[in-house]
Design a protein around this ligand. Sequence first.
Ligand code: FAD
Length: 355
Amino acid sequence: HRPVTRACDVVVIGGGQAGLAAGYHLRRQGIDFTILDADPAPGGSWQHMWDSLHLFSPADHSSLPGRLMPTRLGETYPDAGHVVDYLTDYEKRYDLPVQHDTRVDAVRRDGDRLLVEADSNTWRARAVVSATGTWSRPFVPAVPGRGLFTGRQLHTVNYRRQADFAGQHVVVVGGGNSGAQIAADLALAGDVTVTWATQRPPRFLADDIDGRVLFDVATARRRALDEGRSDTGGVASLGDIVVVPPVRAARDAGLLHAKPMFTRLTATGIQGADGSRSDADAIIWCTGFRPALAHLAPLNLRGPHGHIATHGTRALGESRLHLLGYGDWTGSASATLIGVGRPARDAAREIAELL
Ligand code: FAD
């Protein structure tokens, strides 16, 4: 079949939390828009996360604009399934026009329009919001010997549950939240031997600091900078790892000890800087993500480090394009449920002015 061309004022690419928050604010501005989402079902990356994952903030601190995430009895920190339910309901409640199962391959300039190309259709839009997240671009560092290892190698995105590793020795790599949580999940299983390898000693936040405090600290920093006061240091100065209940349980049981990062992989395991070797069945790379921006390549906006320069959410080299939800470079705390609302509102306002 031949792709059909459709016209629409604004196309939002990605229907996770960032795309939905954009939809909420575009609707409030009275703008005609559509949301294209590669996943077959609502929930963005939350539908792919591991079984035991819980948010690091309570429900009322994990809400998108307009509607509080409901709390569930006996659950302080909602699990990923709860977030999927919330986003599914959010999409319906605000009647957001999300077309699932639609992956955008390219965005191109065409005179005063941007062409948004998916395999089924092409949209001619006056502005585009890219909100494709990072989940589809897992990052694995180039460690020597990676191709030699004959065991299993997976990334955070492929981890599901501890039972898949019963009786095995698993090396978990990465000193951030994913690494700590997956190492804790496996260690608490009892029948999995875990080696947790981190580049520098892990920095745990104080036990009473959860996402609420982090959001408050990030907000105070943004305000200080906005008002020309000195930089308060923000959340990075506090530590990296939120001590969520499973991490605390594993740490308190003495199961969560980090070892310095190994220097290479061998056919059967890992080798440290001192030459010591250890066999392993699996390596789980909890080594982060990169923004999923391949569809924007035809616009030629990438700078030397692969990033697209922005002012707020607006791309500097293409004022009809906004980038939303990728991290602090697209708005303070924009890669969180509670934080994406504000940059989404600002983007919708700027787009309303442009149109
Ligand atoms: P996503 O949820 O990844 O959604 C992007 C959507 O875009 C997807 O539906 C995808 O199908 C679609 N898409 C991608 N490419 C294309 C394309 N080319 N064309 C069309 N559609 C496309 N935040 C919190 O606030 N609290 C937490 O406790 C928390 N815990 C986290 C734990 C983990 C392990 C991770 C990885 C992140 C966590 N975050 C947390 C951060 C953040 O909230 C999530 O990463 C969130 O999913 C980001 O939302 P998003 O909408 O930007 O991206």
